[in-house]
Write a protein that binds this ligand. Structure first.
Ligand code: ADP
Ligand code: MG
Length: 618
């Protein structure tokens, strides 16, 4: 007895499965719908979103529209007007034309399409749900197309539950919106979220494409970018390169300003990224990322088509040649614009210090310690008058110093204490430890059982982090009010992050309030950070916060504590007084987790006495 067991999946199910690939989250629908609008030759595209796309995603364009029968056909799987012949297929596949987007969307949302071509008097209105058409009727409509999709994944609860918070989903949407807006500077865009117009980007003119791109970058990232852009341009046959790189002095620690567009579609390619990054070599501090908006045009035939079209990774046939052209083009542009390395590397260097790296040249520490000097005696600070005496005395005391048992850890901790602020005198006896600073980045101190080499930045970060965490938990965070409030304008995307996390900023001590138009007023800063430039500090904290949120999915308060600690911590390159070092060491060892920075990197290295004995061949 034989029974056939294979059956063909019903369309709706097949489409739902396909949708899983194409539409992973609201942002993927935004990308597909906006790209369709661009392909339709729209000059203005409006994106309307509710609840980060959960409730509504609507894209309205003034493009060429569809005939009544095309309007019906476009929801069929593999329905596309963009592939006509096999040759086209080869060319267009790389642009993601598979005729699957609308079919997928219709499988996982309640969709309404309204469209009219210029030549038609009446437009068409279609509603479709679960891959089946509910209604199709003629209607009055402006030229162009409007597609709205409601209640994404309403019929696929597992996927709906899988969506992240609104803040996260909305950021993905913004990311797609930005990419498409950068890729098409001659098209106008608007973005509405929950009834507010967040962006309105004017269309530039074709004849001045580069000027349009510059305008677009300023509209999305802020007018200061006008000064930061260096044009790149090259036509090398296999590839045409145009766009901008960001001047090296504005390179950032966080990624996010790296844009490659291949044939006007955003792509990622780490190999080409490396080409640009290496052109910036020597011009930016290690650990910083080159920023760029680079448009590549190549014959689609030279692109590897075996890469998933909805993904943004792309492989080129002739990758090495493109690498070489790109690198030299960027180098040339940087050279032409006379960009000399003017960076203070010591200041810029931060978390990427190689730990235990064999390459670090270990210098003999200079001894600048007077063991009889009481670092906490704030009434007689060690000023230059003392120094000569101290240095002489140090030499005399060299041996004494290293044989002496020193109590490394204070018994008390003044919780609110920061580097540089005076410590109460009663702590003096208990917290004295002798510290030497090496290379302006490590603090060396002794313990009975050996020597401790402490990374000053990570130590301070750990101390601040734990202070913030306890401060927040006990509602004891202190704000230093400013005499003159600062006003800061952020890009709409970052302003959105601030708004969404206003509570976290306030909990840690920023007295910050929205002022409309992506602007914020800062009346106060967390106590202990007042010596920082408020604008820079806030920008940096926000960047780190944003990055942590995306990559580590930290809770806002934890994230805020980490981000501020990282940015407010003393940096390598800063000379510390013995008093400051001693206070820092004391506080470090009162932390719950002194051994690791908040992001898990070692804070100190302990060289045990017996290890030293061994090396001394005792
Ligand atoms: P693809 O873009 O790969 O062709 P889609 O499923 O995204 O597949 O769209 C199917 C077809 O529907 C397109 O080829 C195009 O002809 C038509 N279409 C989709 N969106 C629009 C629009 N906004 N304006 C005009 N035509 C559109
Ligand atoms: Mg499409």
């Amino acid at each position: 007895m034989s029974k056939d067991i294979i059956s063909v999946l019903p369309d709706a199910v097949a489409n739902q499965i396909a949708a899983g690939e194409v539409i992973q989250r609201p942002a993927s629908a935004v990308k597909e719908l906006m790209e369709n609008a661009v392909d339709a030759g729209a000059t203005f595209i409006r994106l309307i979103v509710k609840d980060a796309g959960r409730t509504l995603i609507q894209v309205i364009d003034d493009g060429k529209g569809m005939s009544p029968s095309d309007a019906r056909l476009c929801f069929e799987r593999h329905a596309t007007s963009k592939i006509r012949s096999a040759d086209d297929l080869w060319n267009l596949h790389t642009m993601g034309f598979r005729g699957e987007a609308l079919a997928s969307i219709a499988a996982v949302a309640q969709v309404e399409l309204k469209t009219r071509r210029e030549e038609d008097t009446m437009g068409t209105l279609i509603t479709i749900e679960n891959s089946s058409v509910n209604s199709q009727e003629p209607c009055a409509a402006p030229k162009g197309t409007s597609i709205s999709m409601k209640n994404l994944f309403y019929n696929v609860p597992a996927r709906r539950n899988f969506l992240k918070s609104d803040a996260v989903e909305f950021r993905h949407i913004l990311e797609e919106f930005e990419r498409i807006a950068f890729a098409n500077p001659t098209v106008g865009f608007a973005l509405h979220h929950n009834g507010n117009e967040m962006y309105r980007l004017e269309a530039g003119t074709d004849s001045e494409w580069r000027a349009s791109l510059r305008q677009r970058i300023m509209a999305l990232y802020g007018s200061p970018y006008n000064q930061r852009l260096v044009p790149v341009e090259e036509d090398a046959g296999i590839v045409k390169i145009s766009g901008f790189v960001i001047k090296p002095e504005f390179a950032k620690k966080t990624r996010g300003e790296q844009f490659f567009f291949l044939n006007k579609r955003f792509i990622k390619n780490s190999y080409l990224h490396h080409a640009v990054q290496s052109a910036f070599e020597q011009l930016i501090a290690p650990g910083n990322h080159a920023g760029y908006f680079i448009f590549l045009d190549t014959d689609p035939k030279t692109i590897d088509v075996n890469i998933h079209p909805t993904k943004t990774e792309v492989k080129f046939e002739d990758e090495r040649a493109i690498y070489a052209v790109l690198r030299s083009t960027v180098k040339k542009s940087l050279g032409q614009y006379n960009i000399a390395p003017t960076l203070d590397f010591e200041q810029e260097m931060s978390m990427e210090i190689p730990y235990n790296s064999g390459n670090i040249e270990v210098k003999m520490p200079e001894i600048k310690v007077d063991p009889t000097y009481n670092p906490f005696n704030t009434t007689s600070p060690a000023k230059s008058s003392n120094n000569e005496y101290r240095e002489q005395k140090n030499l005399d005391n060299w041996e004494v110093l290293y044989n002496k048992h020193i109590t490394p850890v204070a018994e008390q901790l003044h919780t609110g204490h920061q580097i540089g602020t005076p410590v109460h005198e009663t702590q003096a006896e208990t917290s004295v430890s002798v510290c030497i600073q090496m290379d302006n980045r490590y603090i060396i101190t002794t313990r009975s059982a050996g020597v401790l080499v402490i990374d000053q930045q990570r130590a301070h970060e750990r101390v601040l982090y734990e202070n913030y965490i306890t401060g927040i938990a006990r509602h004891q965070v202190q704000t230093q009010q400013k005499l003159f409030p600062d006003t800061i304008a952020f890009s709409p995307a970052l302003a959105h992050v601030v708004e969404a996390n206003l509570g976290a900023f306030q909990s840690i001590g920023f007295d910050i309030h929205p002022f409309g138009n992506n602007t914020f007023v800062i009346h106060g800063v967390p106590a202990g950070t007042e010596e920082h430039d408020t604008t820079i500090l806030l920008e940096q904290v926000l960047q780190t916060f944003n990055e942590n949120e995306q990559e580590l999915h930290l809770k806002p308060l934890e994230n805020m504590a980490r981000s501020l600690a990282k940015r407010a911590a003393v940096k390598p390159g800063k000379a510390l007084s013995n008093q400051e070092m001693s206070a820092l060491v004391t506080q470090l060892f009162h932390c719950e987790q002194p051994a690791f920075s908040a992001d898990g990197k070692p804070v100190f290295v302990n060289i045990a006495a017996d290890e030293i004995d061994k090396r001394m061949k005792r």
